[in-house]
Structure formats: structure tokens, C-alpha cells
Write a protein that binds this ligand. Sequence first.
Ligand code: FCB
Length: 447
Amino acid sequence: MAKAQLLFPPDFLWGTATAAFQVEGNNTNSDWWAWEQEDGRILHNHKSGLASNWWADAEQDLDAATEMGTNAHRLSLEWSRIEPEPSVFDAAAIARYREILQAMHDRDIEPMVTLHHFSNPLWLVEKGDFSSQVVVDYFQRYTAKVVDKLGDLIPKWITINEPMVYVFMRYLAGVFPAGKQGGWSGALRAIPNLLCCHAAAYHTIKEKLPEAQVGVAKNMVVLQARPGSSALSRWGAGRLSWLFNNMWLDSVMNGRLYFPVGRRKIPNLAGSYDFLGLNYYTRFYVNLPPVGDLISQEWEPGAVVSDGNYGEVYPIGLFQMIEALLPYKKPIYITENGVPDKEDRLRSSFIMTHLREVWRAISFNYPVMGYYHWSLVDNFEWDRGWTQRFGLIELDVETQERRLRRSGRLYQEICHSRSLTSQQAQKYAPDLLQTIFRGESPTQVVH
Ligand code: FCB
């Protein structure tokens, strides 16, 4: 095969992503820290401990990110560090965040900052966290503090990470703190409260920093009925897909609460987003009418499945989910995409096939502006503890030693060349050569 290259636009952002609780270590004022101490909450009772040691030394991984050739990184701030007690703001914690953000700028890595990524201050939990309306004022005040103290270093913002995943895992599945406390009624209160928190944060940021770009990070899952299912199953899967993937975004676009019934207007919500963050991992089949689990963990023959039965590798789903975001009419960033793969057997192919879908979307003139791989370094994977390794950099949790995975070297080649090439495929994923470059002329240039 002749040499082929799929080139990305010159201003495309090549990034990686992390979240505070997962990498910083010693986040003792967070509800996740308390949760970890309870027997049986985390797989194998793993503890986050020092995590990836970012509180002490984020800089070493940022150095590696620079070497990798990235120019963007998505990180989050830990609310429980910044405001360990209600109205008590920790100047030292804020100073450390300034240092980390400055370290990114010094390395020409543009920060995208998430204000809430799954973890809560313990004091907020006592006040009912997101199932109580009081959260809205607290979240607004926390945001105002961040804007005031760190805003000059933050060009891109995400208000809340994966709100629907949070609601599902926290209130319905019960695998996030505080278990299922609140259940369905808690979930139904949390949804409008999360929307109000988002709107409050959006306007608080934009008032002071009109140039800032503020978005949401939405986990999008391909939810489908199995091939050959009845019309009823397909209809059911479609409704579930709307509920999980679109309902939140429809609300933010139109300023209305669509679930469970009615279309209550939420003030200041309509249009409160400058971009969309797409977190994409996998496809699931839906069993409707329910037989066994509603969301199936069984795959069709031939499916490639990642560690711990986490999910199927389904690259075209990324393209489909990009298309699903087009009606919201804003620039799109892939704010997370990755695979749990300790032995690094899938990640190189995963990166190439998923980036090919991003390239294809751009070649249709879809507004995809950047890609943040989850994750830069192995980190504490919530209820699955240290069992799932998403890092381009492998971490030995005991010694804190690091090693760039082979797939990390591939990502490095991709970032430096701003393209996918047949040489990379030959070297890192030879069996994919035809799939990735099929039908493309020797050099494809996309602007
Ligand atoms: C996403 C989360 C992120 C990480 C990845 C694997 O849903 O936002 O923190 O856990 O999954």
C-alpha cells in the first residue's frame, strides 16, 4: 500500500484528560474518601491513597504530556479542597491549583477545567448534596471563587462532568457515594438541581470572563436493541437512548426540564453552553422488555471487549455520537475517550480507529475541534479502584514509578505529526492498515 496520511486541521487540540479525585491523592474532605473507608464499596477495597500523586507533583506528568506533543489537557478542581468547610476557602489549595494551571501554560498546554467531576465536599453531603436545592447557591459561590482566584488561567470550562452518569451511579445503581440514598425521588430532584447549578455556573463565569468558553461534558453511549429485535424493543432502546443521551442536552438548549413529565421552564438555562464535550467509550445493548439486565453486559460474537468486561470497542459509535450532537449547533470537543487496558493490547488500535472516526467527522465539516484522551496516566477508577488502567502512562501505584506505554508512544507520534499515517498503523496496529486507510487517497488534507 502506498503511504497514506489522514491529516487533521492545524488548530486541532491534541489533549489528554484527568479528574482531580482520581489523580491528586489525599482528598480527605471528599465524600469519595469517606466512601473508600467503608468495607466493600470499592472493588477489592482499594484505596485512592496518593492516587497518581498530582497534588505533590502534577508537573512530572505534564512534562510527559509536553514530550508527547499534546497542546491541551482537561483536568478538574476538587471542590472539597477549595472549600473544605462551608464558606471557608483554602488559600493554600487555591495557590497549588494556580501553580498547576501555570505549569500547563508554561508548557503550552491549554487547560480545560471541570468544576464538578463526581466528587463532593463532605459538608455538602450533610446538606443533602444534589437532591437538595441548597446546592445551587453553594455551587454558584464556589464557582465565583474559582473565577475570581483562578479564572485568568482558564480559557475553557466544563461546569459538571457527566450529569446523567452521576445521577445513575449515585441514586439508582448506588455504586457512588452515598449509595442509593434518596433513590428515584432523589434522582428526580437532582436532575433539575444539576441543571440549575450548570446555569448558575455558566452565567457566573461569563459575567466576569466573557471570552471564556463554557461547556458541558456529556457521556454518550450507543444504546441499541440487539440485531433482529422486535419493533417494540427498538422503540424502547430509542427512548432510553434519548433519556440518557439527549434529555439533559435538550434541557440546556431549550431551558426546560423534560423529565419525568411536563416541560417546566428553568430560568437562565436556555442556550447556556458555548461548546459540547463528548465523552465516548462504548456501545451497550438494551434488553426491552426487560429480560435480565436492562443494559446488557453480553456481547455479540466477535466483539472486542476491554478489561473487566467494561465494554465493547466500537469506534463507529464515536462518529454516531458526534452526529447526535449536531442538532445542538455548537463546537464539539471529544473530552474523554479511552479504554481500560492494563496490558496495552487494545489501546493502540483503539486510538487509531477512534481518531479515524474523528477525522471522518471533520471531513464532513462537522465542528470537532479537539480530542482529549482518557487518560494521561493510570488513575483511581472510582468504584473499580485500581483494577482499570486507562493511562497512556503506566503507573506503579506502590512506587509511583511511571512508564510510557507503547500506545503512549503511538499517541506521541500522532500528536507530533497531527495525523494518522499508514506507517503508524504498520508499526502499532498492522491488522488495521486496511480498515483505517481504506479508500483514502495517499494524502488526505483536511482544513
Ligand atoms: C468517565 C469518567 C471518568 C473516568 C472514565 C473512565 O465516565 O468521567 O472520570 O472514570 O469514565
